[in-house]
Design a protein around this ligand. Sequence first.
Ligand SMILES: [Ca+2]
Ligand SMILES: [Ca+2]
Ligand SMILES: [Ca+2]
Length: 254
Amino acid sequence: MNSKSIFLLGALALTSVPLTSLATPVNVSGANGEATLQEILDDLVVAGGAPNVQTDQYASDEIWEHANSGNASATMIIELAGFRNRNILGIYDTANPDNYVTLFDGADGSGARAGISRTYNGTNYTYTIGDLDTYALMGQMVTDSPTFGFFLLTPQNNMFYSEASRNADGADHMVAYQGQGQTVNLPTVGQLPWNGNGFILAWEDLMASSWDYDYNDMVLMVESVTGVPEPASLLLLATGLAAFRFSRRRSASS
Ligand SMILES: [Ca+2]
Ligand SMILES: [Ca+2]
Ligand SMILES: [Ca+2]
């Protein structure tokens, strides 16, 4: 093996080890008698093929922002959990997680829809949440941060964040899947294209010490948003690229 291939392998190792460790194990045994997350996605995607819940997870699922226009929407797909009538889901300010606003409360179930509109006045972003079924105003969040996270607040008073490092158990409680041009059949909404700005978010609502990690406790689709790569992944990518450039330069000069 020449030095070029050794360096290339090194660069690959630097990038591939953390990338594979990003996947969060999802329990699809169905041992609790509920539909598994894979079965839920298989039912939801009516054309183009459902993502594999283990291998097709979206990597940048911790920090989010609006894509393109200032309007995004969320549709609840299913809740399969003892806490389904009490779990609360919303978005929070990634600069200050005590600042948050609710999208779905305990009374909402499959097919409930919420709109997330964002305006910017030059200093602050205002996120306004509306119930798309009743047109009631759910609340507002004002922040100078252009990014937000998703949270799930449970009746045990556990606040689980899309940023896993903020969770009391340090575990990942939300997995995400990005659209690839399939067709989905959403409750209430009906059939629509699932494009790259549409994501399915799937949650586990118990602490890691007692969970079943089935990630079907609340499943929703959010449209017109995009994930923001974390600084750590960017650094990793830069390290990999630097090693790759170094190996090319080295082989060119040898
Ligand atoms: Ca995650
Ligand atoms: Ca669960
Ligand atoms: Ca469950």
